[in-house]
Design a protein around this ligand. Structure first.
Ligand SMILES: C[S@@+](CC[C@H](N)C(=O)[O-])C[C@H]1O[C@@H](n2cnc3c(N)ncnc32)[C@H](O)[C@@H]1O
Length: 237
């Protein structure tokens, strides 16, 4: 059974979009995963196909109606569908590699993409939606966040990445950022490759890479670095 992604969106034409090419596109054609986008608007019941309304309590913008969203979710998830239902929102928990690994290990995901000011809170609670954020900034809709989440999951599915694209050493796989990469030419515009990488000493290369990973993480992402220190301190000796 292939990994199954269903996207609920007002813009189904955005899918698979960039996921139709390269690694994810090949995996899609090979049936390793499948992707369907349902148009939330097709679940509106009035003549004008309305999906939003003004916010109770006043304020700017419009809110996505719970009844329309709920009908779309029912169509996407037949009874017994074990896939997590995710609402992409800047109010959610930040997407990280552990969450991606978790989603990729399951049967797939159902992703609800908000627009306007977002979705009525009652349907989020009634459906037990997992609220997930792509980052601490506001996008105009959940679609770009959904594409990012799917891309991160699909590359982890068995058979998608070859050995040359291994996920074992990359950034976030062990809580650290990855070390820097170099390729030919060995000297470019007066800049030489770090000599250790040309030395042929595997243990020294590994040590250098580890030091570079640690330095980059400490400098650029003190939040990750501190989490590593705490986890290390708590690990059994
Ligand atoms: C303009 S945003 C609404 C932002 C909302 N009023 C707020 O301040 O939290 C419209 C939709 O884009 C999506 N979105 C925006 N930023 C996002 C982010 N950082 N991560 C995931 N989804 C996001 C959500 O689905 C959201 O409902």
């Amino acid at each position: 059974m292939s990994w199954h992604a269903t996207i609920l969106t007002l813009f189904p034409e955005m899918f698979p979009g960039p996921l139709g090419v390269s690694l994810a596109g090949r995996a899609l054609r090979e049936g390793i995963w499948r992707c369907e986008a349902l148009d939330i608007r097709s679940f509106a019941t009035d003549r004008h196909r309305t999906v939003d309304d003004t916010p109770f309590g006043g304020g700017a913008g419009m809110v996505m109606r719970p009844d329309v969203a709920d009908a779309a979710i029912s169509a996407a998830m037949p009874d017994g569908d074990a896939r997590p239902l995710v609402y992409l929102t800047p109010r959610g928990r930040l997407l990280d590699q552990a969450m991606v690994r978790d989603f990729a290990a399951g049967p797939g995901v159902v992703l609800f993409c908000g627009r306007y000011e977002g979705l009525d809170q009652r349907v989020i609670e009634a459906r037990g939606m997992r609220e997930v954020s792509l980052g601490d900034y506001v996008l105009s809709g959940g679609e770009v966040a959904a594409l990012a989440l799917l891309d991160a999951c699909v590359r982890l599915l068995p058979g998608v990445m070859g050995a040359s694209e291994s996920a074992v050493e990359e950034s976030h796989s062990a809580g650290l950022l990855e070390y820097p990469h170099y390729t030919r030419p060995a000297e470019w515009q007066g800049r030489a490759v770090p000599p250790v990488l040309l030395s042929g000493h595997h243990a020294e290369v590994a040590r250098w890479r580890r030091t570079q990973s640690e330095a980059a993480t400490r400098e650029r992402r003190p939040d990750l670095w501190n989490r590593m220190q705490v986890a290390g301190a708590q690990a059994p000796a």
